[in-house]
Design a protein around this ligand. Structure first.
Ligand code: DPP
Ligand code: ZN
Length: 873
């Protein structure tokens, strides 16, 4: 497989102005007729051939301006069709045959549980018909879907339905028209036996929009939260960005077999059922919040992605980074803003930092790729969102809004680039972003070494910041970035933020300083007392900040920092220092001793004024094993696990009564609601329970069992089940697992949780259990959610996946090899943990590499090939 390069971009020689499609559905032989109004680009060569993408298509007929094209006039291969000579304007008609039932890759038109659906982003449309499958070709669409009246009573496509009728042989059709020009990756079709819940939204200009969520009949009771989230998102986008919905109908469809979370097809969003269905008895708080965020994300794409789209796939972060930023702000406004930030950053620093440090590291705008589906990554999405956030912080909220208004107005109906977006921000604010643009082209996470000194005599504080971005594959040398560092100086006597005076200018108590050089010293004057610096507040830039904080400094910031995010981060840093010592002790076979300063800090949290329960729950949560591993030069999975367990248990022993009191104070009999208040209460209660269970406290065990038995809501049930299964009390865990498995055997999304709970436990029997569960009737390798819940979750189980006998790696490689044939996109994603081999000891490195080599020996899809190739380079 050959890479494509950003620098090779050429505008299309021919564009499609209008597309008409007719689908005659059949599982084994669907006929697709296309009628494309095409014209040559004014600047293109008059002899330019017409090149159309097309894969897995059986060509039935081909005509230009109603004249059949002679077989000698075109070339056909397994990537598409090439016609040497075409007029300046013409109508291209084609008919092809495809087999949705054989499509296990879940790209293009496929069947899920008997229902037809499509996934076209990024390059799935070429599996439906011959077409210039690229986002800078935008056309209006008219689509007729013909299906069986019994099997497919519901026939959906983008836009508005304009005609419907019955046909011979028990068939019927519906014709849909989408007046907004769109790239073909936003095309969608759904057909099957579906049921809908309907609601309405009145836009800010007073237009009525019909909202429909389409699901299988059994799931009609699981749509309420998604619908409420959709309405909130529609309202929020009007208020925050002045963006109104632009069709009379907005539809969401839930599909069981889906590679991604969801897809923003114009007017017809298709969702992985896991990203839309919720019910208090089946979905956890986290799932409710996830659904809210994804519904909003896809809706927001209607402007950031659909009305204004990407010129080419290298610009993917243009729509994804911006839209993630938009959904993050929406969720922050709807729920607890500090907790949203803490959770996002916590995930980001664990997973994106790892990606940035590994063999698949790439810039937010890559300069080449082999397979674009491999680039739907944390870097493109989450780091892209962090960069948009930095832009907003650099220009301020008002200029940011002016810039986004300008962007949407100027580029409406166009396919554009990241420069166009940043250019609007520059124009609206007068800022110069030329250095800032390096964020889009340089991969890797910058390290910032900070050093501060207080001069008592002068009353000055000297802060030196040094930045360095490590080499990444293909990018040995890096240039300095423009990094906004939000900060404060907290007086050690007063415990208050001190006023910041820099170069004679009073900046207030909280300010953003700009690091642009490799090294810069900032001299703050009129500093009346010795401060502890609070740096990178709210995580103002996606960097690793190193400052030699003492444990006393951290304990001080934990209670005094005015920035909630940094208070949390001080706690994490304090815990990490203690964990470091314990990891070393474990490795050296020395007795582990708990740092009393961590215990004291936790005691202070537990007994202090309890203002925000949601934040407190986060503060009581120790850094994950994955995040701890990120901080270590060589990952020792066993030492990390042992050290973290030791801290959990030491805290539980020392603060047992406090945890018990927290638990009891937060039990409620209220009916379940996914409100911020209730979610905060449940998370605090469940964190307390996890500490109690870590020491198998008798009373804690009883509470855990009764929480499971009470069956009040899935958040509580799942937490109780997890704690039982992850404890050593198999006598209690087995009956609970059995009861849960029997009760929910009919609900695949709940069975996914049942799989995950079991394969993430630390006990050494997990590998056998994974093998056993892969034979379970509820499991299927063909369903991405099942694969993620069972095999994906196992690969996150650090102590078991990284077994020293290599069997964990072997199992993953076996699955990858099998999935490579069925679903290359999911197979390629599943390899990720193996690509991190450099981080481990030599024995594990060799084992991981040999599994990668074994995969490489197979006939590979381009998806898997690209990842394995990079991992072994
Ligand atoms: N469906 C994916 C998303 O919304 C790709 N666009 O991010
Ligand atoms: Zn998206």
């Amino acid at each position: 497989p050959q890479p494509v390069y950003l620098s090779d971009y050429q505008p299309p020689a021919y564009r499609v102005t209008h597309t008409e499609l007719t689908f005659d559905l059949d599982p084994a032989a669907t006929r697709v007729k296309a009628r494309l109004l095409m014209e040559r680009h004014p600047e293109a060569d008059a002899n330019a051939p017409l090149v159309l993408n097309g894969e897995h298509l059986k060509l039935i007929s081909l005509a230009i301006d109603a004249t059949p094209v002679d077989a000698s006039a075109y070339e056909l291969d397994d990537e598409g069709l090439r016609i040497a000579q075409v007029p300046e304007r013409f109508v291209l008609e084609s008919e092809v045959e495809i087999a949705p039932q054989e499509n296990t890759a879940l790209e293009g038109l496929y069947q899920s549980n008997g229902m037809y659906c499509t996934q076209c982003e990024a390059e799935g449309f070429r599996r439906i018909t011959f077409y210039p499958d690229r986002p800078d070709v935008m056309a209006t669409f008219k689509v007729t879907v013909i299906g069986d009246q019994q099997q497919e009573p519901i026939l959906l496509a983008n836009g508005n339905p304009i005609e419907r009728g019955e046909l011979e042989g028990g068939r019927h059709f519906v014709t849909w028209e989408d007046p907004h020009p769109k790239p073909c990756y936003l095309f969608a079709l759904v057909a099957g036996n579906l049921h809908s819940v309907e609601d309405h939204f009145t836009t800010m200009s007073g237009r009525d929009v019909t909202l429909q969520i389409w699901v299988e009949k059994d799931n009609l009771d699981k749509t309420e939260h998604a619908m409420a989230s959709l309405k909130r998102a529609m309202e929020w986008d009007e208020q925050a960005y002045g963006r109104e919905y632009d069709l009379d109908l907005f539809m969401i469809v839930a599909v069981n077999d889906f590679n991604m979370g969801a897809m923003e097809n114009k007017g017809l969003n298709i969702f992985n059922s896991a990203a839309v269905l919720t019910h208090p008895q089946t979905a956890t708080d986290a799932a409710f919040q996830n659904v809210e965020g994804i519904v909003a994300h896809e809706y927001f794409h209607n402007w950031s992605g659909n009305r204004v789209t990407c010129r080419d796939w290298f610009q993917l972060s243009l729509k994804e980074g911006f839209t993630v930023f938009r959904d993050q702000c929406f969720s922050a406004d709807t729920n607890s803003a500090p907790v949203k930030r803490i959770q996002d950053v916590s995930f980001f620093r664990t997973a994106q930092f790892a990606e940035d440090a590994g063999p698949t590291a790439h810039p937010i705008r890559p300069d080449h790729f082999i397979e674009i589906t491999n680039f739907y990554t944390l870097t493109i999405y989450e780091k892209g969102a962090e960069v948009v956030r930095m832009l907003r912080n650099l220009v301020g909220e008002e200029s940011f809004r002016r810039g986004s208004d300008l962007y949407f107005e100027r580029f409406d109906g166009q396919a554009v680039t990241i420069e166009d977006f940043v250019g609007c921000m520059a124009e609206a604010s007068g800022e110069d972003f030329s250095q800032f643009m390096r964020w889009y082209s340089q991969a890797g996470t910058p390290d910032i070494d900070a050093h501060g000194e207080y001069d008592y005599v002068q009353g000055e504080y000297h802060l030196t910041l040094r930045q360095r971005t490590p080499a990444t594959p293909g990018q040995p040398d890096k240039l300095p970035l423009h990094i906004p560092v939000r900060m404060g100086l907290v007086g050690t006597k007063s415990g208050q933020d001190l006023t910041l005076t820099l170069n004679g200018e009073k900046l207030g108590k909280d300010a953003v300083i700009h690091l642009r050089d490799d090294e810069q010293t900032f001299v703050f004057t009129d500093v009346a007392e010795a401060p502890v610096p609070s740096l990178l507040r709210e995580f103002s830039a996606p960097v690793k900040l190193h400052y030699p904080y003492s444990r006393e400094d951290l304990a001080f910031l934990l209670t005094h920092d005015s920035d909630g995010f940094n208070r949390w981060d001080a706690g994490q840093r304090l815990a990490l220092l203690a964990l470091d010592d314990l990891i070393a002790a474990h490795r050296n076979g020395v007795e582990k001793v708990m740092d009393s300063r961590v215990v004291d800090a936790f005691r202070a949290l537990l007994s202090g004024p309890m203002s925000d329960k949601a934040v407190l729950a986060e503060m009581l949560t120790l850094p994950s094993e994955a995040y701890i591993a990120e901080q270590q030069p060589i990952v020792d999975v066993d030492a990390i696990h042992a050290a973290r367990e030791f801290v959990r248990q030491s805290l539980a022993v020392a603060l047992r009564d406090e945890f018990m009191a927290i638990y009891e104070a937060n039990v409620t009999e209220e009916a379940y609601a996914p409100t911020p208040e209730q979610i905060a209460q449940r998370s605090l209660k469940n964190v307390a329970l996890s500490y109690l269970m870590s020491i198998e406290d008798e009373q804690g065990l009883a509470l855990c069992e009764s929480q499971f038995a009470a069956d009040h809501n899935m958040t509580d049930v799942r937490q109780a089940l997890t704690l039982l299964v992850h404890s050593d009390r198999d006598d209690l865990a087995s009956p609970a697992l059995k009861a849960f498995g029997e009760k929910w055997a009919h609900d695949p999304l709940v069975m996914d949780q049942w799989f995950t709970v079991q394969v993430s436990r630390p006990q050494p029997d997990v590998l056998e259990r994974v093998k056993y569960l892969m034979q379970h009737p509820a499991f299927s390798l063909k369903n991405p959610n099942r694969v993620r819940a069972l095999v994906g979750a196992f690969a996150q189980n650090r102590v078991n996946f990284h077994r020293l006998d290599g069997q964990g790696y072997q199992l993953l490689a076996d699955v990858v090899i099998e999935l490579n044939r069925l679903n290359p996109e999911i197979a390629a994603r599943l390899i990720t943990p193996l690509t991190r081999w450099q981080r481990f000891d030599e024995t594990r490195q060799a084992l991981m590499r040999s599994e990668l080599e074994r995969i490489k020996q197979q006939p590979l899809s381009s998806n898997v090939y690209e990842v394995v190739e990079k991992a072994l380079a």
